[in-house]
Ligand binder design. Structure first.
Ligand code: NAP
Length: 245
């Protein structure tokens, strides 16, 4: 914007961690476009924030629907002429048919469509707008369940008791590589691209079993969205620092 206010797009921001990221960025003076695929859930989220005195603008965005992605890109171009922050937060876990040995490739594909191809599709569409920013930031909301270091730990890592799954954890591993490739692509343009893990956060994703609040989960994404010029890129971070890929 003309006054130097940063413009951010957050995907999957009608609830959970995305909602808290949108609220946190708006509270820090960022002009937030709250992406949500469902019109009723989107306006409810925008109204809930407005009731708290936090102004955000809702945009209809299904990360698996190219037409909504193109509409949002056109809208951002017309309204702002650029995008300073993209937070790829939308994600799904999928059901138990993704368990290794169960043969549920349809479910694996569904998870990848949102968590991997959705991120690529949105990032590709927003890239021309991000390149028009003085120093854009891309934050991909991943999970340490996608850490290859952890998966291959001799003791089975911190999720050793969970069955091996081909969908959600593998999609987050792929998201790490997507993060690295985009970081490589835009390094020369001063765009910083990082992945974050919010930690085990109480949201719909896990039946609210997580032990962190959405605000705690959102904190690392907000920090990476507002990195200074000399901040890191091609990294994976949580509240404690770097996460092993
Ligand atoms: P959540 O409460 O279930 O929120 C997920 C959001 O993604 C919702 O807004 C949902 O919209 C949206 N979404 C799903 N499919 C979409 C699509 N095709 N297009 C656009 N939006 C879509 O889950 P959350 O815990 O906040 O998860 C946010 C991110 O954090 C995810 O990437 C997740 O993998 C990651 N994460 C979460 C945890 C945790 O413990 N909660 C831990 C590590 C990583 P609808 O309401 O319309 O379904």
């Amino acid at each position: 914007m003309a006054d130097g206010t940063k413009v951010a797009l957050v995907t999957g921001a009608n609830k959970g961690i995305g909602y808290a990221i949108a609220r946190g960025l708006a509270a820090r003076g960022v002009e937030v476009l709250l992406g949500a695929r469902d019109a009723a859930r989107r306006s409810a989220a925008v109204d809930r924030l407005a009731a708290e005195g936090v102004a955000v603008h809702g945009v209809g965005l299904d990360v698996t629907d190219p037409s909504t992605i193109a509409e949002v890109a056109a809208f951002v171009g017309d309204r702002h002429g650029r995008l300073d922050i993209l937070v790829n937060n939308a994600g799904i876990t999928g059901d138990e048919t993704q368990t290794a040995g169960a043969g549920g490739l349809a479910e694996v594909r569904r998870v990848f469509d949102v968590n991997v191809f959705g991120v690529m599709a949105v990032t590709e569409a927003m890239l021309p707008l991000l390149l028009r920013s003085a120093g854009a930031r891309i934050v991909n909301v991943s999970s340490s369940v996608g850490s290859l270091s952890d998966m291959t730990a001799p003791d089975g890592g911190y999720l050793a008791e969970m069955p091996a799954m081909l969908g959600y954890p593998v999609s987050k591993t792929a998201l790490g590589a997507v993060t690295a490739q985009y970081a490589k692509h835009v390094r020369k343009d001063g765009i910083l691209v990082n992945a974050v893990c919010p930690g085990y956060t109480a949201t719909d994703l896990n039946g609210f079993a997580g032990d962190r609040t959405p605000e705690q989960g959102a904190a690392i994404a907000i920090e990476m969205a507002l990195l200074p010029e000399d901040g890191p890129t091609a990294g994976f971070f949580d509240d404690a620092g770097r996460v092993a890929w």
